[in-house]
Design a protein around this ligand. Sequence first.
Ligand SMILES: Nc1ncnc2c1ncn2[C@@H]1O[C@H](COP(=O)(O)OP(=O)(O)OP(=O)(O)O)[C@@H](O)[C@H]1O
Length: 583
Amino acid sequence: MGKDKNGSFGWLLGQSGERKGKFVLSVILAAVSTLCGIVPYYFIARIVKALLAGSTDKGAYITDCVIILVLWLGRSLFHALSTANSHLATFHTLAVIRKKALDKLAKMPLGDVISQPSGALKSTIVERIDSIETTLAHILPEFTTGIGAPIIILIYAFTISWKLGLAALITVPLGLVCYALMMFGYEENYGRTVRATKALNAVTTEYINGIEVIKVFGKAQSSYEKFAAAAKESAASFVDWMRKCNVYMTFAMCIMPATMLSVLPIGGIMAMRGTISNTDFITVIILTVGLIEPLIGVMSYSDDIAQMDTIVTEVRNIIDAPEMVRPEKLTKTIKGGDIVLDNVHFSYSDKEILHGISMTIHGGGFAAFVGPSGSGKSTVARLIASLWDVDSGSISLGGVDIKDIPFDEYNKRIAYVSQDNFLFDLTVRENIRLGDRTATDKEVEEAAKKCGCHDFIMGLENGYDTVVGTSGGHLSGGERQRISIARAMLKNADIVILDEATAYTDPENEAVIQRSVAKLVEGKTLIVIAHRLSTVKNADRLYVINDGNIAEQGTHDELLSKGGLYSSMWAAHISAKDGEEDV
Ligand SMILES: Nc1ncnc2c1ncn2[C@@H]1O[C@H](COP(=O)(O)OP(=O)(O)OP(=O)(O)O)[C@@H](O)[C@H]1O
């Protein structure tokens, strides 16, 4: 996936949008710089020629020297301007690519995002994209010079003598052979370093994320061994790779003597025979030096370009990944708020989890999903929240398949509080305000009060302006849950999904939240997943999900009277509660 016939560089240019002009300007400036770098050789040759002819014209000598100096200054100046333009266009292009990658993550099925190894996506979008900046910024100026200069010099050499031209031309096949050798097996070699770096990233991220478990279970030593092994493989793969590159770069450096080896004898014999003048011979030797330097420059970039190719393929794998397709505009009318699941099948990877779920959750109603752990309750909720697409069957809202509703249109109707209660490393206020970016401070605080979190927030060091730490790490599980609920309530969406949203909350606060949620969701559709059955016994309809099927459905009383799975779950719940009370 991800590659087309344009290759990675063509693709990158295609992303540069309106900054493409800056890349073009960069090529023009590099061409001017190249000319400024070559023409001085002509003047140097002219000076040598004049001196050999016994000239004493100081004026002409000084003029030539000044021209040479000005041209060399011009070469540096235009080269700097060329790379500056190229850098500007590159920064813009990489920002565009990063945004596209992040946009794509939001459109990919959730599973495709979370199934990536720890830190791999972050590493690609942040570090690896960064690492191609220098190559992309220098590729056009360097290649313009690296290819342009030899062409001009070869043409000049041919105008002096075609034999000398041919002798100098030997550089090109030598360079190509060198390039081919360097690229032979490159993907495999470089691929090994990429895999090793990713593994090292993953182990390090896992170590940091799991530091609590590592400490508690005394796994520091074994985790460290895993890290040490990954670090060792990473170092070994880089050493191997550098060894290979260095061998071919050394070979590339030999092009200069090899070219001289053909130009010197051929030119020398021709000069001795008088076929060319001594000064033409000297000119060609000087030019040959100018021919090789840019070629070696280009070759030293080949390695970076191949790396860029690998990285671009990774980025394109994200940007071109299959996404959950939704239309740009809503063309159908959503009539009412009924959510209908019709024969929904769903699998994670190849394992089918839901085996034909059908249900109708009435708009404005209160539905609850209960059932054993791992039975598929959260999966149904995630599908309703449109985090994944169903494999077959359909989910509709108000008679319209949710696949026909644009993401923005659907998302604004849904508030979903998952079990994870993820908080961003922002202030408490900013975290709650994510529910409605236009909410005033007063509205944020009102929502917090209703969800039983105002008091503990006021007790924090900086109240609502306290930063909650990465993933909300400075707060307790129950506090994180209540902030997540306040955020969802502030959104004021038509459909509210609470997946074990009060599981960590103490009974007193749970009662406060339940009363507030009941008030806040009046007229809205409420879907609750709960293991504490007492929190959902008032639901209009309870769906008992067992092993990916709806085992039973009905009101609390109807289900109790059936004497099935729900009634035994209720009995277990009551005896556990009694046990708690006894304690
Ligand atoms: N991202 C995933 N990739 C693969 N399998 C998954 C994934 N998420 C859940 N599962 C599996 O799908 C099944 C249903 O999981 P789900 O979270 O829907 O159950 P649940 O009823 O909500 O469980 P719980 O009450 O413990 O939260 C489980 O067997 C679980 O292991």
